[in-house]
Design a protein around this ligand. Structure first.
Ligand code: ADP
Ligand code: MG
Length: 228
C-alpha cells in the first residue's frame, strides 16, 4: 500500500517579466500517510502556498508528480479533478473565503449544492456540521455578523461537509488572536482524530504543538522533516 499523498521531485517556476523565471519549488519529495497532522513552516515566500495549491490541484507544477491515493493528479480528467476538489479535499484559508451575501447555513451547504444534493438534505447536513463546530444558533447570520474565529469555524464546517479525507489549511489562524487561534487548532485536532489527514501552513511555532509532524520549507525544498 502506498501513502495517501506521494509527492515526487515537484518543481514550480514562475516566468518573470524580464524573460527569466523564478524557481519557487526546487524538487519537493514527500510521502504523507493517512491520518497525519502536518504543520508546514518556512519564511514568507518559501513556496508554502504554492505547494498547497498544487496539492489541491488549484495550480499545476512545472514538473514532478503528485499522487493522491496512488493516482497522479496531473493525469486526472476534469471529472476526476472535480471529485478530488469537491469530495476528497477540503480547503481552509487564512481569510476564511466565505460568501459574504449568503447566510452561514448557505455557506456551509454550498459544497453539497455543487454535488447535486437535494435542498432538504443539504440543509440538514449543514445544520449538523454547524453544530459540530459549535455554532448552533448562528445559521441565519451573515458572515460579517460573526467574529473571525467563528467565521473560520464556518469555513471548517464547509470544508468537512463533503466528507473529505484531506484538509488543506493555509495559515488558518493567521488572522486570529492567540486565544481564538488555540480554539481553531483544537477543532482541527478533533477533525484529525476522526482520521482526516491535515496539512496546515503556519507561521507560529506554537501551532506545531498540535501536529504529528513538522516540515520546514527552505530554498524551495522540504527540510527538517520531523515526527513529534
Ligand atoms: N502566480 C504567481 N506568479 C508569479 N510569482 C508567484 C505567483 N505565486 C507566487 N509567486 C512567487 O512565488 C514565491 C512563493 O510564494 P508562496 O508560495 O506564496 O510563498 P509562501 O506561501 O511560503 O509565503 C514568492 O516569491 C511569490 O512572489
Ligand atoms: Mg503563503
Amino acid at each position: 500500500m502506498g501513502s495517501l499523498i506521494e509527492v515526487e521531485n515537484l518543481k514550480k517556476s514562475y516566468p518573470l517579466a524580464n524573460g527569466e523565471s523564478q524557481n519557487v519549488l526546487h524538487g519537493v519529495t514527500l510521502d504523507i500517510d493517512d491520518g497525519e497532522f502536518i504543520a508546514i513552516m518556512g519564511r514568507s515566500g518559501s513556496g508554502k502556498s504554492t505547494f498547497m495549491n498544487i496539492l489541491g490541484t488549484l495550480d499545476t507544477p512545472t514538473s514532478g508528480v503528485c499522487r493522491i491515493d496512488g493516482k497522479d493528479t496531473g493525469q486526472m480528467d476534469d471529472r476526476e479533478l472535480s471529485i478530488l476538489r469537491n469530495h476528497t479535499i477540503g480547503f481552509v484559508f487564512q481569510n476564511f473565503n466565505l460568501i459574504s451575501r449568503r447566510s452561514i447555513l448557505d455557506n456551509v451547504a454550498m459544497p453539497m449544492l455543487y454535488a447535486g444534493t437535494e435542498r432538504k438534505r443539504r440543509r440538514d447536513m449543514a445544520q449538523s456540521y454547524i453544530e459540530l463546530v459549535g455554532l448552533k444558533g448562528y445559521e441565519n447570520r451573515m458572515p460579517n455578523q460573526l467574529s473571525g474565529g467563528q467565521q473560520q469555524r464556518v469555513a471548517i464546517a464547509r470544508a468537512l461537509i463533503a466528507g473529505p479525507r484531506i484538509i488543506l489549511a493555509d495559515e488558518p489562524t493567521g488572522n486570529l488572536d492567540s486565544g481564538t487561534a488555540a480554539d481553531i487548532m483544537n477543532l482541527l485536532k478533533v477533525v484529525n482524530e476522526s482520521r482526516i489527514t491535515i496539512l496546515m501552513v503556519t507561521h507560529e511555532y506554537k501551532m506545531t504543538d498540535y501536529a504529528t509532524r513538522v516540515i520546514h520549507f527552505k530554498d524551495g525544498l522540504a527540510m527538517d522533516d520531523q515526527y513529534k
